[in-house]
Design a protein around this ligand. Structure first.
Ligand code: C2O
Ligand code: CU
Ligand code: CU
Length: 554
C-alpha cells in the first residue's frame, strides 16, 4: 500500500498537466557512403529557457542514427572537437579489433579517425558511444551516443514496421540529474527521464503495429519496462538480431547497453493513449534503480515512473496490421563445438561510483591481455556474480547466446544473439559464443556496462589469434627454425640451422610458462603437452641468438 501511494504521488508530480509534454525527438537517420561525426561541446535546452552544457555527435545532444546494410562497407569518420581525448565504439558490431574503438584507439583533441569495416551483423539495433579510458561515463553522460540500425535481406522479407520515426521508432532511455543552474550533474542516477533527449516525451503513433527499438543508454539505472495497463507486447529481437518468433510479455528488463525490439499492436485504438512505464518498484534491491537505501538516492529509485506516452492517431494506410508468427531463427553454436569453458567471477562490495568491483580478482590494466582466444573457436563462459549487486556484463567482438541462467533455460525473449547480459547477485549465467574476428594488436574489452563500474576498472580485455598465422616475433635471420606439427597436441619437432641450446615458451600475455635447456643439436623433439591448450610464443636460443615462432597447443 505504501508503495502504491508513493507511486501515485510521484506520477502526479511528474505527469501533472502543469508539466508540458513534448514531442519525442527523433534523431536524423542518415544513410551515407561515409559518415562524418563531430564530437563537440554544445548547449541544449532540454527545458525551455534553461541552457544545459552538453556534448553531442554532430548534434547538440546525442547524434544521428546511422543506417547500415549488411554486406556493405561502413565508413565513419570521427572528428574530435572536444577539449579531451575520445574514442568511438560501435557497440554490438563485429568489427576487427583495430576498428572497435576501444580505449587504445584514442582520438586526440582536434584529430580525426576513420573507421572502415564490413557490416557483418544481422539486422538489429546497435549503437555508438565513446570508450576512452576512464572518460566513457562522463562523455556518455554529457550526451555522445547514437543508434546504428543494421538492415539485411532476411529481415526485409518480413512484414515488419520499418518506416523510421513513423512506425519504427528509436527509443533511447536515459535518466539525468540536473543541477540548480540547469547543467548536468555527473551522478549514477538521475531524476529526469529523457527519451531521445526529450523530457516528459510523448509520441504519436498510427493505430497499427508499431516497432520500438529500445536502448538503455543510462549510466547505471536498469529499467523494468511495461505498459500502464499491463498489456502484453511482443519482443521480436534483442541486442544482435531477431528471435525465432515473437515472445510475448508484459515486462521487460533492460540493463545498460542492452537493446530490445518490441512490437505493439495499436489497431483499433485511435484516440487512446498509453504509457510506457518503468516499474522500479519491482526490481530486487540488488539491481540499480531499485529502492536500495544504501545507494545514491534518486526520486526515481524503487518506484514506478512514466517513460514515454504514446498517443494513438488514425490507422495509416499500408501500415502493418499483424504481428508475424515467425521471424528469423538464429544459428546458435552447438555446445559440443565449445573447445573451452571459462568462468568469470565478479566480486567486490563497492557502491556505485565509490568502489571496486573485480572480474576474476583483476581490474583493468591497458597493458595486460587477460584472455587469448583462437579465431573460429567456440567457448562456453560462466559469469558468476559473487559481488553485492547486479552487473550488466558486455563482451566486445562477439554476439553470445544465453544457454542457462542458474541452470534454467533463459526467458523466450532472451534467446537471441546478445552482447549484454544482466547478471544479478549470486547468479551463474552460462553463455556460448564463437570468435570470428581477429584483434591484431587491438584487444577487445569485456566489462560491466554500468558506466561507473566500467570507468572504475571493472573491465578486462582479450585478443583473438589466428592459429594458422605463425608469425615470427624475434627473428635471427641467420637461423632458420621449423616447428611441426603446428597446431600440436603435445610433442613438437624443432629443426634449426643453428645449434639449439635453450627453449622458452611464453603465453600470449607474455608470461614465461616453460623454460628448459636443450641438448646441443639442430634437430630435437620436446613434449609441451603439460601446457594448457592455447597459442604460445616459442623461442629457441642458439649461441645467444633467439628465434621465435607462434605455436598452438590444442
Ligand atoms: Cu557499449 Cu565496451 O561498450
Ligand atoms: Cu561494446
Ligand atoms: Cu557493474
Amino acid at each position: 500500500m505504501r508503495t502504491l501511494l508513493t507511486n501515485q504521488l510521484l506520477w502526479t508530480a511528474l505527469m501533472s498537466p502543469a508539466q508540458v509534454k513534448r514531442t519525442l525527438a527523433i534523431q536524423l537517420a542518415l544513410q551515407l557512403d561515409t559518415f562524418d561525426l563531430v564530437t563537440d561541446e554544445h548547449t541544449h535546452q532540454f527545458y525551455p529557457g534553461i541552457n544545459t552544457a552538453t556534448y553531442g555527435a554532430s548534434a547538440e545532444y546525442l547524434g544521428p542514427t546511422l543506417l547500415l546494410d549488411r554486406g556493405d562497407t561502413a565508413r565513419i569518420r570521427i572528428h574530435n572537437q572536444l577539449a579531451q581525448v575520445t574514442s568511438m565504439h560501435w557497440h554490438g558490431l563485429h568489427v576487427p579489433g583495430e576498428m572497435d574503438g576501444g580505449p587504445q584507439r584514442i582520438i586526440e583533441p582536434g584529430a580525426s579517425w576513420m573507421a572502415e569495416f564490413p557490416v557483418k551483423n544481422p539486422a538489429a539495433t546497435y549503437w555508438y558511444h565513446p570508450h576512452p579510458h576512464e572518460l566513457t561515463a562522463e562523455q556518455a553522460n554529457f550526451g555522445i551516443a547514437g543508434f546504428i540500425i543494421v538492415r539485411d535481406e532476411a529481415e526485409a522479407q518480413l512484414d515488419l514496421p520499418r518506416t523510421y520515426g513513423v512506425d519504427d521508432i528509436p527509443v533511447v532511455i536515459q535518466d539525468r540529474k540536473f543541477t540548480a543552474n540547469g547543467n548536468f550533474s555527473f551522478y549514477p542516477f538521475g531524476d529526469s527521464v529523457l527519451v531521445n533527449g526529450t523530457p516528459n516525451a510523448y509520441l504519436e503513433c498510427p493505430a497499427n503495429v508499431v516497432r520500438l527499438r529500445l536502448l538503455n543508454g543510462s549510466n547505471a539505472r536498469v529499467y523494468a519496462l511495461g505498459f500502464d495497463d499491463d498489456r502484453p507486447f511482443a519482443v521480436i529481437g534483442g541486442d544482435g538480431g531477431l528471435l525465432p518468433s515473437p515472445a510475448s510479455t508484459d515486462r521487460l528488463w533492460l540493463s545498460n547497453g542492452e537493446r530490445a525490439e518490441v512490437l505493439l499492436d495499436l489497431s483499433g485504438m485511435e484516440g487512446d493513449s498509453l504509457l510506457l512505464m518503468s516499474y522500479g518498484n519491482e526490481l530486487p534491491l540488488t539491481v540499480p534503480g531499485s529502492g536500495n537505501l544504501v545507494w545514491e538516492s534518486s526520486a526515481l529509485n524503487g518506484v514506478a515512473f512514466p517513460v514515454l506516452r504514446i498517443r494513438v492517431t488514425a490507422t495509416a494506410p499500408g501500415g502493418v496490421t499483424n504481428i508475424p508468427e515467425t521471424l528469423i531463427p538464429p544459428i546458435i553454436p552447438e555446445e559440443s563445438a565449445s573447445s573451452r569453458t571459462r568462468t568469470k567471477t565478479l566480486t567486490g562490495m563497492g557502491m556505485v561510483g565509490m568502489g571496486m568491483f573485480m572480474i576474476n580478482g583483476e581490474m583493468y590494466d591497458m597493458d595486460v591481455v587477460n584472455d587469448t582466444m583462437l579465431l573460429g573457436s567456440t567457448e562456453t563462459w560462466h559469469i558468476v556474480n559473487n559481488s553485492n549487486m547486479a552487473h550488466p556484463m558486455h563482451i566486445h567482438g562477439v554476439s553470445f547466446y544465453i544457454l542457462e541462467r542458474n541452470g534454467q533455460p533463459p526467458a523466450a525473449w532472451d534467446r537471441g544473439p546478445k552482447d549484454v547480459v544482466l547478471v544479478d547477485r549470486f547468479e551463474d549465467v552460462k553463455l556460448i559464443m564463437r570468435f570470428t574476428e581477429t584483434t591484431d594488436g587491438w584487444p577487445y574489452m569485456y566489462h560491466c556496462h554500468n558506466l561507473l563500474h566500467e570507468d572504475n576498472m571493472m573491465m578486462l580485455q582479450y585478443i583473438v589469434l589466428d592459429p594458422l598465422a605463425t608469425r615470427m616475433v624475434d627473428h635471427d635471420p641467420a637461423i632458420d627454425l621449423t616447428v611441426s606439427p603446428n597446431p600440436t597436441s603435445g610433442v613438437i619437432h624443432l629443426k634449426s640451422t643453428g645449434t639449439m641450446d635453450a627453449l622458452f615458451v611464453h603465453d600470449m600475455c607474455g608470461r614465461l610458462c616453460h623454460h628448459s635447456a636443450l641438448p646441443p643439436s639442430n634437430d630435437t623433439r620436446i613434449d609441451l603437452g603439460h601446457l594448457p591448450p592455447g597459442p604460445y610464443r616459442l623461442t629457441v636460443e642458439s649461441d645467444g641468438n633467439r628465434t621465435s615462432r607462434h605455436v598452438v597447443i590444442d
